[in-house]
Design a protein around this ligand. Structure first.
Ligand SMILES: C[S@@+](CC[C@H](N)C(=O)[O-])C[C@H]1O[C@@H](n2cnc3c(N)ncnc32)[C@H](O)[C@@H]1O
Length: 243
């Protein structure tokens, strides 16, 4: 008898604090025979792997998948194909696979490439996802600020790739969230300084993780050395509750 094909669950595990995963996420994570996650760099655990470690059950198989930090399309496609093959081999045996994703699964996640590649090569694949806490929400909570209120317009830029759009975006948005800010921080700082916006900007590094750092008073911080897990938020037009 041919075993029923397993299901791939894409599970949002939140931004760092293991308690930020949803109840549904934990349930599906623990029910899956195989738990996959992006492999860490060097000998270190990946961030999603670290977040879920308190929730794993000892009988579960783990499946680290390689998603290299490279720009080369060919290299990336090969890595996604290899990861898809690994996951498919478990699904074909009738095993469910839970893929743990840092933050939210639909928000700039490597899971999307895995899911698209699997669907391309194995169209019968069954995939379900569980939403979760993404980094802008976590950062707003850490700063004790609302992300947006009333009629405010929110813009999100992965600024490493969209630096040229920043100034124009600051012209129309009320709140701007910059992901992937670490390597372009000095250029972003210069633009915010010129537009007089540093007073209403914050950087949060490793939000909700053990090494969390909040940077305010950015006027004094033109050259921060930030880790990849850093996000900058600017309240371009701060809300006035009495207006
Ligand atoms: C590829 S995106 C992944 C986003 C993730 N799926 C989410 O829901 O937030 C990576 C970027 O998200 C931001 N980020 C993710 N987690 C973060 C955290 N815990 N603290 C600060 N920034 C974070 C950083 O800007 C980082 O460069």
């Amino acid at each position: 008898m041919v075993a029923k094909t397993g299901i791939l669950y894409g599970i949002s595990v939140g931004t760092g604090d293991p308690d930020l995963i949803t109840v549904k996420g934990v349930r599906l994570l623990q029910q899956a025979s195989v738990v996959a996650f992006p492999m860490g760099v060097g000998n270190q655990s990946g961030i999603a792997q670290t977040i879920i470690s308190p929730w794993l059950i000892s009988e579960q198989e783990t499946c680290p998948l390689s998603f290299p930090y490279v720009q080369n399309e060919e290299e990336l496609r090969l890595a996604w194909k290899q990861s898809a093959e690994q996951v498919w081999s478990y699904l074909q045996q009738g095993k469910d696979v839970a893929f743990a994703c840092e933050g939210d699964i639909s928000f700039y996640s490597t899971f999307t490439y895995l899911a698209q590649t699997l669907t391309y090569y194995y169209p019968s694949v069954k995939i379900k996802t569980v939403p979760g806490v993404c980094s802008p929400m976590a950062v707003a909570s850490v700063l004790n600020l609302p992300l947006t209120v009333r009629n405010q317009r929110l813009a999100v830029l992965p600024v490493l790739y969209t630096l040229e759009d920043l100034e124009q975006t600051l012209g129309w948005a009320d709140v701007v969230v910059l992901l992937k800010v670490s390597s372009v921080y000095p250029q972003v700082w210069e633009i915010l300084r010129r537009l007089n916006l540093l007073e209403h900007a914050w950087v949060v590094e490793r939000a909700t993780q053990p090494g969390q750092v909040i940077y305010d008073e950015l006027e004094k911080q033109s050259n921060l050395r930030l880790s990849y897990f850093s996000l900058l938020i600017v309240h371009v037009k701060p809300s006035d509750p009495h207006s």
